[in-house]
Design a binder for this molecule. Structure first.
Ligand SMILES: [Zn+2]
Length: 462
């Protein structure tokens, strides 16, 4: 009986247990749910009810960045793992998990690093962008390489033929893949500005009370001279106006374009001057016996420039197109004594005396009138120095010579004077042309001899 009852009890207990288990299973089944644990770089950060929530959040993040950074390849920079778990009354915290994600997740751009001489200077979207910018900078110093059409135009100019043989950067420029914050990636235009001027955006300074040129320069790490170069029109004397903006972006290019050009130009060869001495020509007189003429040569230079500034010029070849013609000058060396001999020569080529040294029409005729000469040359009667040459009233154009021995001779009514005051003339030298200037009745020479200031009869000396 006892056993039976125990048995029966056992059955009861067992059935209760079974019932309880069944109930618990049903209860579990009713209260169990699948949740998703989110791991960021291996570390648990939270549980969500649906993996789609995390995926949607990530998509949204990259979309947001992509809109701000057009054309960049973006991705989430780390591993995100979502593990499915079925748990009794499985707890989850969607909002909390996304908050934690937002703190940790960084969207990175797949960009390139521009490295100049080992130093990272910028990030760019891709290697093609960098290449385009570098080519544009090169082309700005070698336009004919960028545009063959222009090269033809230049080459067709006769005087100058310019060809760029080589264009390169002085610096070593490397482009390496990099994952960076999209905000650090420069656009193509910004990259070009940075490489060409040293800064992606020009800076301007707004003048404050108390500002001065050197104060502003110092503040932006510029010299006053640089600041003035950046602001043409700004000088030491310029009064700065409060609120005025001043360009404070120094141009410090990150890259240096080295160009090697060959330039052919036609250059002038200046003529030489040769001076020959002539013992037959009086000292102090010069005569040009051949005019000089400049020559021409075609010269080819190799020019090395850095960012457009000439650093080296080398002569490659030259060909003479036209030799210069030497100018030849004859310089007189003949020394003429200004002291007369005392014996006077006849002052014309032949001719006769038409009026002597005598009273005429009630007054003294103080010289000789000579006419009818073979030509109209008037000759110095003796060596001497010209003391007068010009207009002399009734005498017309007149030359007076001082022979340095107490004698002077005068030549009047000249048509033209062929000497000048101070000139030393030689006996027999042409000093003028016979005429009828002044008070004269016809073409003749009025010739006087003055001895120590007294007019005397020339015939005494001729
Ligand atoms: Zn006379």
């Amino acid at each position: 009986m006892k056993e039976k009852s125990i048995m029966a009890k056992g059955v009861v207990v067992l059935s209760i247990l079974i019932a309880t288990a069944a109930f618990a299973f049903q209860h579990y089944q009713a209260h169990a749910r699948t949740v998703y644990d989110v791991y960021w770089n291996g570390a648990y950060i939270g549980t969500v009810s649906d993996p789609g929530i995390v995926r949607a959040w990530l998509d949204n993040q990259t979309r947001k960045y992509a809109a701000q950074h057009d054309g960049l390849r973006l991705h989430v920079d780390a591993s995100l793992r979502v593990a499915e778990r079925r748990a009794y009354k499985g707890a989850f915290d969607n909002a909390g998990t996304l908050r934690t994600l937002a703190q940790r997740v960084r969207v990175k751009a797949e960009a390139v690093r521009v490295v100049i001489d080992g130093k990272t200077v910028a990030y760019a979207p891709d290697a093609q962008t960098v290449a385009r910018v570098l080519n544009a900078i090169k082309a700005s110093y070698a336009p004919e390489l960028a545009s063959p059409k222009r090269a033809v135009t230049i080459a067709s100019r006769a005087e100058e033929n310019r060809a760029t043989r080589q264009v390169s950067f002085v610096e070593r420029i490397d482009v390496e893949p990099a994952k960076v914050d999209p905000r650090e990636v420069l656009t193509e235009a910004e990259l070009r500005k940075l490489l060409e001027t040293g800064t992606p955006e020009p800076k301007r300074h707004v003048v404050q009370p108390g500002d001065c040129l050197s104060c502003i320069a110092a503040r932006y790490n510029l010299t006053t001279a640089e600041l003035k170069r950046l602001n043409p029109g700004l000088t030491e004397g310029t009064l700065l106006q409060i609120g005025q903006t001043v360009n404070v972006t120094a141009r410090r290019p990150k890259v240096t374009v080295k160009t090697v050009e060959e330039v052919t130009v036609v250059e002038t060869m200046p003529f030489a001057v040769e001076v020959r001495r002539d013992p037959h020509l009086p000292q102090g007189e010069t005569r040009v016996i051949r005019e000089g003429k400049n020559g021409q040569k075609r010269v080819t230079y190799r020019l090395v420039k850095k960012n457009g500034a000439l650093v080296n010029k080398e002569l490659l070849s030259q060909a003479v197109l036209a030799e210069p013609v030497t100018k030849v000058i004859v310089k007189g060396t003949k020394v003429i004594a200004s002291k007369g001999t005392g014996r006077l020569a006849w002052p014309t080529r032949g001719g006769r005396i038409t009026s002597g040294f005598h009273y005429r029409w009630g007054k003294m005729h103080t010289g000789l009138d000579i006419a009818g000469a073979r030509n109209r040359d008037i000759l110095a009667a003796d060596n001497g120095r010209v003391v007068f040459a010009g207009w002399n009233g009734d005498y017309g154009y007149t030359v007076i010579l001082d022979h340095g021995n107490g004698l002077r001779t005068l030549y009047g009514h000249l048509d033209r004077i062929k000497t000048r005051v101070g000139a030393v003339v030689e006996k027999g030298q042409v000093i003028g042309v016979m005429g009828d200037t002044g008070h004269a009745t016809g073409v003749h020479l009025h010739f006087e001899v003055i001895r120590n200031g007294v007019k005397v009869n020339p015939l005494r000396y001729l």
